[in-house]
Design a protein around this ligand. Sequence first.
Ligand SMILES: Nc1ncnc2c1ncn2[C@@H]1O[C@H](COP(=O)(O)OP(=O)(O)OP(=O)(O)O)[C@@H](O)[C@H]1O
Length: 534
Amino acid sequence: MEQPPDGRRPRLISSLAQGQRSCEVSLDRELGLLTWWDAQPPRRNFSVPASEIIAVEETKIDEKQCNSGKWQKMEKPHAFTVYYVKRARNYCWRCNEETFWCIDEQLCNQWINSLKELLDLQTSRPKHLLVYINPYGGKQKGKRIYEQKVAPLFSLASISTDVIITEHANHAKDNLFEVNIEKYDGVVCVGGDGMVSEVMHGLIGRTQKDSGIDQNNPKAPLVQCNVRIGIIPAGSTDCICYATVGINDPVTSALHIIVGDTLPLDVSSVHHNNAFLKYYVSLLGYGFYGDVLKDSEKKRWMGTIRYDFSGFKTFLSHHYYEGTVSYLPAKHTLGSPRDKKYCRTGCCICRQSKQQLEEQRKKYGIGRDEGRGEWKVIKGKFLAINAANMSCACPRSPKGLSPTAHLADGSADLILVRKCSRFDFLRYLVRHTNQDDQFDFTFVEVYRVKKFQFTSKHLEDDDSDVKDVGKKHFGQFCRDHPVCCCNLTNNTWNCDGEMLNSSTIEVRVHCQLMKLFARGIEEKSTSNHSPIEQ
Ligand SMILES: Nc1ncnc2c1ncn2[C@@H]1O[C@H](COP(=O)(O)OP(=O)(O)OP(=O)(O)O)[C@@H](O)[C@H]1O
């Protein structure tokens, strides 16, 4: 063992073997770094940070291994296996393993104990989790995905779980109001965005209830929810997972949970007339995205293809909506929607924006800081009104609705698509799938906001009762004849993929209200190779 001069913890260095090859292995306990390199050329060198080691286990050596290679000469070969995160393509993580063989049992135990001590220092890792599985989400594979891909990894990492298979919609949400939440280091949901939304409503609602906060008050300062949520994607839409991890892959998500990653996330609340309606973390969409959802819900029997079908049908209908949007610009944020500064792991825009908000809070007092600033008002006819809390990237649109929206800066990107021709709207939609700037159109506006309101024109009109009779009839006619592009009184918002029926709403972004077991999208340079070959 190497003794450092200044009282630092000693570095463990040994000559071990990997199968037939001998290697040097070093454990720097101060840096938390496991390194190994070939004793003979080509002398490749690998490193794994302790934070990405999943487990270490003594390896049971079978007869075959004992009788093969140079180890057959040894009386008692001993080995230990290190399981660690290996980065694959497209932000995917895999569990890799490396077995190191020692001649001496004492040395083998010393290695196992030293690595375990280092793992014990990883205090952000969960030990006990509450898991909700939606057996009907996506292609109804949630239970199988959990049992085959996730549970074995949790068990390898010595994480214990209480698993609840949901029996009806809102089961997870209701259960979270009753369960002894203190017992758990996090809550995992296996399903799609709908399940994430359910668990989020349960946890945020429970936190407010326990703190005596009235969710119906749109101005109430909500209490941050400290229980992390892990998302195991198993739905038909896994946008929240995709935008926070970079990929919707159950193994990758399970590994982010195991290593105890933490990603703070902004949550927006939606109110109508001092009544709380819903929270959302990815998209709140009116017009095009609200109509696509409304139509697709009637066609659930079609499976995931329903989104394409309803998207095409809604595109042809070309309905527009008239109303007033008022918004409060997010002056505290350091970014802007078209600055090409993407939200990535350890995002400094999110960190600094949160600091700015905290300073404002100290200066003006909690509650009074948020309404400060000048409200802007825009009246018009819109094909779509979208508020993106995150990029909303998904496999169909890898850069998302607002590519530079930030996950945790206390703001949302409000995108207004004014009435335009079908051809122009198609050009706008196509830009979500290529590298061109989707905001570079005269009929598209985008603002970074911390609050906004929308009032439908029909509710603003005093004589709306008389007009509505006619509109109701024409509305039905237009719905039945999709080529008509009239002004409709629809009241459906797409709120994280769930329908919300209220055309007039008040929205407020709550900076970093909840936390996920994730780390955001990693820069390509970190995500290409691991362990690091030096
Ligand atoms: N056992 C259950 N039976 C019926 N519905 C359930 C059950 N468990 C959860 N749900 C509800 O199913 C809805 C959709 O679930 P989930 O998001 O997991 O799947 P999905 O196929 O991706 O659906 P969507 O695309 O609508 O989000 C959720 O809103 C949830 O409340």
